[in-house]
Design a protein around this ligand. Structure first.
Ligand SMILES: Nc1ncnc2c1ncn2[C@@H]1O[C@H](COP(=O)(O)OP(=O)(O)OP(=O)(O)O)[C@@H](O)[C@H]1O
Length: 339
């Protein structure tokens, strides 16, 4: 199947330092938010993007939609290089890929009614004659489980779950082929989270939508996504079918992340966390593999150089020095101390 969205060696940096940094670029404080990401998604596919806070998930999602500019690398949507699009053609692309945000209240204009918020999308993108907008808005509201009676209300009169349904409706209005949902349920109560996840599953299936679902929550990713990409300090360290990655993680970071899900022992105690401390700052990346200072399996090569990003082990892609060609060629599973 042809690729819908593809990033190629994508890098995003944030430079800070005020006037001093403008006069002397070498003095700028540079955050390496996305560091050479190559990833693709096909039409109708659901992919989870998971990793600790600050690892670059949101920035990657935003760069995929050109809401933030890349420093280098490419983003291609259906064969078109987004990094080279002028503003007029970018507006056309915005119909095909949309974002859903974490905070449903903040994402809506508090002064506009729900009906006006949705009607604005039909008008800006000239999606239908103005006489049909009210009917389209009512249909759209029903498709996300909102009564059209709520059209006259403002966001403050809605619950968090209802606001997120409006956010989803606004994204769907333009008939996109790809949704990027950035922590779209993490601000909601658990019972409401399940309803919104079910809605997203249903909409993706009905409309053959591709979904990139950004989340800290491994349980949610497992429930929702066929494929998962695990991110650490700006890089994808492992990527593959969700069930394969979750049942036999290759990368020590994925392994530690999965082992960090709190599970109570029969005696009521909690096992010690497997992932200790915070990730290093994205302004000062460690030499070699970025995970090496926290990796229990690190050895000399991990400190000497970054691992190749595209090594395949069956259906899984892994960026780790433990997966050298000779180990993969002989199908020798690694173990601690097996270097
Ligand atoms: N506009 C910005 N200006 C400067 N630095 C930024 C900006 N946006 C993000 N960053 C930095 O880029 C890095 C990646 O941030 P990002 O928000 O993409 O991570 P994340 O994995 O989505 O985190 P979270 O799960 O907490 O949302 C962080 O170090 C963050 O502080």
């Amino acid at each position: 199947m042809s690729t819908l969205l593809e990033t190629n060696d994508l890098t995003v940096e944030f430079r800070e330092g005020g006037l001093g940094a403008l006069l002397n670029p070498a003095s700028a404080r540079v955050t390496h938010a996305v560091n050479g990401v190559t990833l693709s998604i096909v039409p109708g596919e659901t992919m989870g993007l998971v990793g600790e806070s600050g690892c670059g998930k949101s920035t990657l999602g935003r760069a995929m939609l050109r809401l933030v500019d890349a420093k280098s690398g490419k983003v291609q949507f259906d064969g078109t290089d987004l990094t080279a699009l002028d503003p007029a053609r970018l507006l056309g692309f915005r119909r095909r890929a949309q974002m859903i945000f974490q905070d449903p209240f903040a994402a809506l204009n508090p002064r506009l009614t729900i009906g006006d918020t949705l009607a604005e999308v039909f008008r800006v993108h000239r999606l239908c004659p103005s006489g049909e907008v009210a009917e389209k808005v009512a249909d759209l509201m029903q498709s996300v489980g909102l009564s059209p009676d709520l059209a006259s209300r403002r966001p403050a009169a809605l619950s968090g779950g209802q606001c997120q349904r409006v956010g989803i409706a606004r994204a769907l209005a333009v008939g996109p082929e790809l949704l990027i949902a950035d922590e779209a349920v993490s601000a909601l109560d658990v019972s409401i989270q399940a309803q919104i996840l079910n809605l997203l599953t249903q909409l993706c299936a009905e409309r053959h939508l591709a979904l990139i679902f950004i989340s800290h929550d491994l349980g949610v990713i497992r429930h929702l996504c066929r494929r998962v990409a695990v991110m650490y300090l700006g890089r994808i360290v492992e990527e593959g079918p969700t069930e394969t990655v979750f049942s036999s993680p290759r990368h020590p970071y994925t392994e530690a992340l999965l082992a960090s899900i709190p599970r109570m022992a029969p005696d009521g105690s909690l096992p010690p966390p497997r992932l200790l401390g915070e990730p290093p700052s994205a302004t000062r990346l460690p030499a070699g593999c970025a995970f090496n200072p926290r990796c229990a399996k690190a050895f000399d090569a991990c400190r000497a150089g970054a691992p190749p990003a595209h090594r395949r082990d069956g259906p899984v892609r892994v960026a780790c020095h433990l997966y050298t060609d000779d180990k993969l060629a002989t199908h020798r599973p690694f173990a601690a101390g097996d270097h």
